[in-house]
Write a protein that binds this ligand. Structure first.
Ligand code: ADP
Length: 162
């Protein structure tokens, strides 16, 4: 089977999903026939939410978009790409601060698998300051995060942080 150029993989931690991630997913789904959102199990990163919870929150918030598939990602992205025969990877760029890490990742991935290309998408300006990390911090300090993450994620975050 040939490489599927009409699909893309959007990998990340999504701990938890934010409106910034959803904006990137929506933009990617306009560019590609379908988008595989791959949730890194990432034990090394010590995520707050289990991979099952992160997947459930993403599925709930993308249920209206039939072009989106949400799955877990164990191990190397390039192995996942080979397994699915999809070699286009989506990543989000919010600001210059994202660039160095994203650039390094893109080049490393292409070193590991020469067919792999990374496509960078920028979110709506309103979301450029948003990160899962800052949302968790605001929630921990008692702030309202409903402006930054979808309702099911906000509910789960309140439950887990209390
Ligand atoms: P990772 O732990 O792999 O960086 P994240 O879930 O934090 O996973 O982010 C996944 C991807 O989405 C990254 O490319 C990141 O830069 C991008 N991203 C995160 N938040 C936003 C946002 N608010 N707007 C656009 N892209 C974002």
């Amino acid at each position: 089977m040939g490489v599927n150029h009409r699909r893309a993989i959007y990998p990340g931690s999504f701990d938890p999903v934010t409106f910034g991630h959803l904006d990137v997913i929506s933009r990617a789904s306009h560019l590609f026939d379908s988008v595989i959102v791959a949730v890194a199990t990432g034990e090394g990163k010590k995520p707050l939410f289990s991979v099952a919870d992160r997947i459930a929150m993403l599925k709930e918030s993308t249920s209206d978009n039939s072009a989106v598939e949400v799955v877990s990602l164990d191990g190397l992205l390039v192995d996942f790409a080979r397994k699915r025969n999809v070699f286009t990877v989506i990543r989000g760029l919010r600001a210059v601060s994202d660039f160095e890490f994203e650039f390094q990742m893109a080049l490393m991935n292409r070193k590991l698998e020469s067919r792999l290309e990374t496509v960078f998408l920028t979110p709506k300006e309103d979301y450029t300051y948003l990160s899962s990390r800052i949302v968790k911090e605001v929630s921990r300090l008692g702030g309202d995060v409903s402006l930054f993450i979808p309702a099911p994620a906000a509910k789960k975050l309140r439950e887990i942080i209390r």
